[in-house]
Structure formats: C-alpha cells, structure tokens
Design a protein around this ligand. Sequence first.
Ligand code: M6R
Length: 611
Amino acid sequence: MCGIVGAVAQRDVAEILLEGLRRLEYRGYDSAGLAVIDADHQLNRLRRLGKVKMLSDALDDHPLAGGTGIAHTRWATHGEPSEENAHPHMSGENIAVVHNGIIENHESLREMLQGRGYEFTSQTDTEVIAHLVHWELEQGGSLLEAFQRTVSQLKGAYGTVVMDRRDSERLIAARSGSPLVIGLGIGENFLASDQLALLNVTRRFLFLEEGDIAEITRRNVDIYDVEGNAVERSINESSAEHDAADKGIYRHYMQKETFEQPSAIISTLEGRIDANSVLVDSLGHGAKDILQKAEHIQIIACGTSYNAGMVARYWFESIAGVSCDVEIASEFRYRNFVTRPHSVLITLSQSGETADTLAALRLAKERGFMAAITVCNVAGSSLVRESDIAIMTRAGTEIGVASTKAFTTQLTSLLMMVTALGKQKGTVSADKEAEIVKALQRLPAHIEQALTFDKHIEALAEDFADKHHALFLGRGEFYPIAMEASLKLKEISYIHAEAYAAGELKHGPLALIDADMPVIVIAPNNELLEKLKSNIEEVRARGGQLYVFADESAGFQESDGMTIIPMPSVDEVCAPIFYTVPMQLLSYHVALIKGTDVDQPRNLAKAVTVE
Ligand code: M6R
C-alpha cells in the first residue's frame, strides 16, 4: 500500500528519499510527495498526483536541499487521489507528517481539532495527526512527548513519522499495525516502511515492534515501547538482494520474477531436502513436535496466497491424510468459527503484512489453535515475528504487483511441509517421500522447460487481446491453478476472467459459452483426464473456443475451435506448480498487447496493509 521513507543526514537527502520512493512505488502509487528541512530551518514540500516520476520531474524543476526529510507514496483510502491529499501533510509551516494505514477515529478527531480552530486542507485521515502534534506541542514538552501524547489518541493502524522545522535534525516515528524499519548509517540514519527502500544506503536494520515510538537523529536511535520505556531492538544485517529493484534485461518486474522461478525454487529447497527425504528440523525449531501432534490444518490467506492454500488442501488430505480447511482471511476473522482440537493455523503471505491475514493470526492465537505457522517471503515481517514457526519461501524480493515466484515458492514450501507432516504421522512411506523429494529436485528444470514456451504463448496471446471475458477450467488441484490463472489475467489485463472446477460447468456457466468466450483448460495426464475430456466436449459442442494446455501424452488432437498447447510430461505431484508458469506467461503477454501497466495495475497495491 502506501510507502514511507525518511532520512536524517548531513548531506542532502531529497535524492535518497526519491530513490526510496521509487523502490516502494510498487506498493501503492496514486500520488507521491516529500518534505525536507533546509539549512535555514525552512520546511519545503513538493507533492504530485501520479507516479514517482512526476515527483522526480517536479524536483528537477524545484530542487529541495536539506538533510532531514520524509517522503511518501500514497494509495488512496480516505479522499480521492489528488495533490491536496498526497502526503506529507502539514500543520502550519512547522510540522510535517507521513502516514501509512488508517486512523479509524479521524472524524471525531477532525471535529475536535476544528473546534480548536484548525483548518483542514485535505480529505485524508492523516491530516489529523499533523494538527494533533501541533496542538500537543503548544501544550508544552518536546516533539517526542507531543508525539507520544498524539499517538495515544489515535485508533486504527498506523506507521507514521513526524518532523518539526524548529527541531530540524530529528524524526519521530510510531508503529502500530503498519510496519516501519530503521536503517542505520554512519553519522546518518534512515527509516522506511520496507527495508527494500533503503538497501542503496544501508544494510543494517532495526525493526520497530507494535506500539514502538522511535526518535531518530543523525547519531542516535532511541526506541520506546508502548508503555514509554526505553527498549533495545536487535540489529539485523539484511541479506536481501542488492539489485532486487533492477529489472536487468527484462521489460517488467513481473517478467523478471516469472523467469526467476527456477532459481527461486532452488533457494526454497536448499538445505531442506536431501537425496530422499525432507529434513523436518529445517522447517523450524519445534516443527517436528507440532506436525506430530497436528490433527487438523486451517489455512488462512488472501488473493494468490489463498489460491496456494487451495492447492495445498488437496495435498494435505491426499498425501498426508490430515484434514485441511482453507479460508479467505477477511471472512475468517469476522466469522464465529469453531476451532478443531489439535488444529494448526497456517498463514500464507508473500508480504507478511497483509492486514486481514495478520488480524486472523492474532485472533486465532486467542482461540485455541495449537500452533501458528506462517509460510512467508519477507523476513522480519509481522506474520514472521508473530508466528510460532516461519517457513521462509526465499523467493527474493517480489516487486510486480501480480504475484508469480512468491506463489510457486509457497507451493514448493507447502509440498515439503505436507511431506514432513505425512512422515511424522506415518502416512507417507519412505518410498513416497523419496518420490516427492525427487520430483521437487527436478522441479526447477521442469519450470525452465515451461519458460521455453514463452514465444509460443506470446503468439497465442493475440487471440485474447479483443476479448472481454475468459473462462479457466481445471479439476482437482488444477482447479485452484485455474483460479490463480484467472486472477492473474484479470489483475493485469483487466479482462474479466473466472475459474471453474470443470465438473461444475453444466451447473450454470455453460450458458456463457459462445465464440467470444475463450476457455482455457489445464489438462495434465492424471486420473481425472477422462472426466476432463468430457467437460471439454461439453464446451466444444456449444461452439466454445478452447485452448488446452495438455500433457503431450494425454492424446488431444487439435481441431476447429480447439487449440492444443502440448506440455512436457512432468512429475504428477509437482504438476500444479509447473502448469502455473504457462498461465503466468499467458496473462503477461495478453497484458502487453493490451498495453496495461503490468507491474502496477490500476487500483491495486502490492502489500495490502489496510483492511
Ligand atoms: O502478501 P500477501 O501474499 O498476503 O498478499 C495477498 C494478496 O494481496 C496478493 O496475493 C494479491 O492477490 C496478488 N497481487 C495477486 O497477484
């Protein structure tokens, strides 16, 4: 969602802030702004509607000098995208504030502040923070004290930073429900909502915890917990890739991240399997014990991560023989659910900061789940810190809003976990375990093969460019792969797409079939193949345009209205991961032809840190 960057340095920081915003732009991007305090203690602000590029062009025309500054990319929640609503927000000439999250009691605070004579210039919830700080400073005390009193009045989720031009070498930041990380430099310090923003200036980070308030100057970082006590937070050396924010030879991050999948999966597997087995202890301290006792699995996630959970449900039940439910986090958290005995909660999340998933985890901890495991891609994220075990997917930073390598590495991690669970429970024999492990070892090479279909799929994508709708079909664990394929297509090409379990067609969706409705079928050669062939005939008989991604051994013949894309035969257990790749390539190429913004599709954000 929104992104925050801040810096206190001796050198000019505008370019550092801007580079940080560029690196965060993938999170949210309807407007951007920055404010810098110069050597004469003047606070200068620049904001622009649109992408960070607009702000950067404006900065070329109006350079801002100064060593203390804050910056922000906005994804609108309260108030339309506009320059007036862009951050930083100010109170008078002195106070500037940036904020991620939502202040739920902003209306009552606004009324109170208006009663005190404050005039609002934006429709945002954030502006109340600026005026509150101003008011509290008038009551006396330091900027830190005024800010502490301010945040004690806020309800909701926030990561927020304030500066005061009269106290020009200091930033004060608070974290409550929206992540903030402090980057440590030499004689200069930084902060951001994601360490990625600061990797060009430091690799040493302190993660603020819930309720922390930090006072940051060039030489010191002092942190206070929710009670106001001074606390130490440990320093982490980041191993995140230096060049994660570079596209290299690729046109888009999504394309780069799609092609990174073989190496990402190698990283996921590294140190977790040997020749024939899954190393259960490598999944985390205590994993063996938790898996041994688990009698039920409850998966919670959103979006693409939810689709990964849907695939895993088939695996948990058919491979490990353990019952599994999967639920969308925003539903689960507001439902009066029943916790089954010895139930393990598994949250899936690329970012580790998705507000609904995090809220579901917190709720589940109160509701008697035996343990909480997260499968996550971002070290130090809230889900990782608040779960009993974190299985890191190690996909590397994913910047494209459309999730690709995060999904396939989630599936890879889940398949290892399922195998480990079955092994602990005695439902997976040593032979079965060895078969799955061999399949996992071959998976990166199979994904490489899938990527060689790029040109073929690029040509095929032409057929979709003038379409307004598309249907994706699959059966068994390929139904959630169809769901993921349809999510990908709608997300980046804006073509309305739906996924159906192929056996469900005749219960309604068949009515949609005509020559203008492309139907994409995922057809591996498995025990459901004959059933799937019957479903394909149902579409063919009604004049539907079929595109069948079929195992070359499945015996499909191309004919009028049916295009076959023959895929190599791969290990059955890993086939859902394999078939994901041609689906990603298809949506990518359709989006390219349609000329949409592939990496930053309209209305979407990478990390959804608000409800
Ligand atoms: O970071 P998370 O995996 O928790 O994010 C969940 C969804 O917001 C995310 O998967 C979203 O659906 C993707 N943009 C889809 O490509």
